[in-house]
Structure formats: C-alpha cells, structure tokens
Write a protein that binds this ligand. Sequence first.
Ligand code: SAM
Length: 250
Amino acid sequence: MKTRKRFGQHFLHDPGVLRRIVEAVAPAPGETLVEIGPGEGALTRPLLERIGHLTAIEIDRDLAARLAAEFPADRLTITCADVLDYDFSAFPPGTRVVGNLPYNISTPILFHLARHADRLRDLHFMLQLEVVQRMVAKHSTPDYGRLSVMLQTRFRMHKLFNVAPGAFRPPPKVDSAVVRLVPLAEKPDWDQAMLEKIVREAFSARRKTLRNALSLTPEDYEILGIDPKLRPENLSPGDYLRITRQVCAR
Ligand code: SAM
C-alpha cells in the first residue's frame, strides 16, 4: 500500500524496536489504552496480545478500514478522526496513550494531550529525536525552549531509547527516540493562557535579556528575585510559573 506523506506515514517494521516499545509500555489487562496513528497495526498487534481491548485513532480512512476488518469490535475500537480534534475528556482517569506519532504535527499533538493530562496515567511516544531532546532539555542548555517549559510544567519526562531510520518503511530523514511522559500530580493553579503568552514572548527573543524580552516591571523582578539581565533560557519551568502568578496577581 502506498504511504501518504501528508499523514507523516513511516511504518515500523523492526521487531526489536516494537518489542522494546511494548516492554516500556507494559500494558496490563483491564487498562484503558489509546493508540494514536496505528497505521498498518505494527504496534497495535503486539499491544493486543497483552490486553483485551484497545482504542485507536487513525486519520487515514483506508488504514482504519483495514484494521477494523482485522480485529473484532470488542478488541479494537477504531475511530477514523484527526487526533487534534479528538476529545480525550471522554476517557476514564488513568487512561494510557501510546503512538508512533506523525512527526509533522507532533508538537500540536503534545499540546493537545497536555490539556487532558489530569486524566492520563502516562504517554509513550516515538518522536523525532531532536524534538525529544527539546522536550527533556534542562534550562541553560541549547535545546531548552518553549516546548521544554510548556511540557515540563505538566509532565515528568524520560527519554527511553533512540531508533534509527532503518526501523521504518519508508525510512524518515531523521533519527527518532521513544519518550515517556508522566503527568505531574499537581493540578495547574496558574493561568495557562498567560503562561503560554509569557513563554512565547520569552523565546521569540531568545538572545535578548529578560528585561528586553518580557514586559515585566523592575518591581516584578524585585519581588520574584530574578535578575533581569538573565536570558529566557536561564529560567526554569518553575520560574516561568512564578512569573505567570506574579503577572496575574498585579
Ligand atoms: N503506528 C504505525 C507504525 O508504527 O507503523 C504508524 C506510524 S506513522 C509514523 C503515523 C500514523 O499516524 C499514520 O498511520 C498516519 O496515517 C497517522 N496520522 C497522521 N496524522 C494523524 C492525525 N492527525 N490523527 C490521527 N492519525 C494520524
């Protein structure tokens, strides 16, 4: 079957990589597991060997129909939809999510799922290695940026292992990695829209000092105990939350 580039289709065929992903997820019977982009079912099949039922969201009508024909409805619930429009709030607390994601829309998918983090137990994703490095980057390092802050305020993240292009058909032009995201227990008690605005502002002027990148007053810096001569990349995710609370408290 011809692969559709616009859907970021690179199908996994390496049995070793598939085994490692399933071992990392370690699904147990009775869990609610959702797979994003099952494609030809390379991951779906070994997951279904471990659990009774799986829900999958696939945008490609032909692939969704093939999987629906392969598995009975009581084993696989397949929804043909764009995951970015999919409402995860219908799933019960403790839902687990897994997927070899389409790389062209991986950041929007991560932000979409971050909004539902409170009902998710964990997420295991195959992503472009460079994106995983940005997700887990510590502050004051070159990979640290908007993605790091926005995800680290909602998740604990672990890079699990790298995957070479040859594990996929067709091979992507980039290296990949598998990452685990575990939602933080604390519920967000800050204004998420304000956090997003401040972080976007900060990293759109990465080389500027905070004084020039953010619209904070000298009093704000004083109260926060943050040096305005620092650069946006020097602040931790916790610092961005403190800035957000300070701006909202004014
Ligand atoms: N899981 C399969 C595997 O490992 O071989 C396929 C992975 S492939 C990288 C990404 C899959 O996501 C494709 O099947 C593609 O059709 C699907 N996809 C792309 N965009 C999507 C979207 N917006 N919503 C749901 N599925 C999508």
